[in-house]
Design a protein. Sequence first.
Length: 256
Amino acid sequence: MRNYDVILFDLDGTLTDSAPGILNSVRYACRKLGLPIPGEETLRRFLGPPLIASFRELMGLDAADADRAVSAFREYFPTKGLFENEVYPGVPALLADLKAAGKTVILATSKPEAFARRIMEHFDLARYCDFICGATLDETRTDKAEVIAYALETAGITDKTGLVMVGDREHDVLGAKKNGLPCIGAVYGYGTAGELTAAGAAALAETVDELHKLLLDKSNGRQPALPPVFIGLGRCNRDTTRGSRTRCRERPASAA
């Protein structure tokens, strides 16, 4: 039976539902640059991948215009969009139980590290993390594989036995594979079971509670083995009732 002692978590779509803030920041950037605002389906494809890649691939911008779009995005996001965000129900308990069980918890996100740290501190989740690792603001480290490699280096990890990544998009799965790690797909986030399975997720969690059981079997305190082949466990049936989530009401005057 496998025992995962080190768990790397994605942030957006895995620990928090940050869609409102990200999408509002994209809309702001489009208005600032005089670009047409994409439809909802295209907008939601911004959730997960590196931001500059999304502007280039989803809106057809060249490198210079994509850089300007990212700069405009970051005019809105640090002061408003960052806090238009909610913690998924069950996440604080999951992280607390992992720490109580002696696990090492690492945040590995393609969001700039400075923003990720503020979010984790704002929602009082940083205390459960041994390391908070993210992308750079200068775009020199944005690819998920690079972020995971950076997180492992920061944590001083060379033996990858007992490690697992948890994320909601194919980029998390593929980035983990490039670093020799299995990945549990968080279907309750922004990806789909089909996307995650096709990328090679080792297992899927439709809810945070299912993820909790995969990482720490609450029924007997033992850790279940992930399946040795890539599988899918079914469709997402996420509760989208806003009242079911921990909401951020604070709008700090300073978000530097």
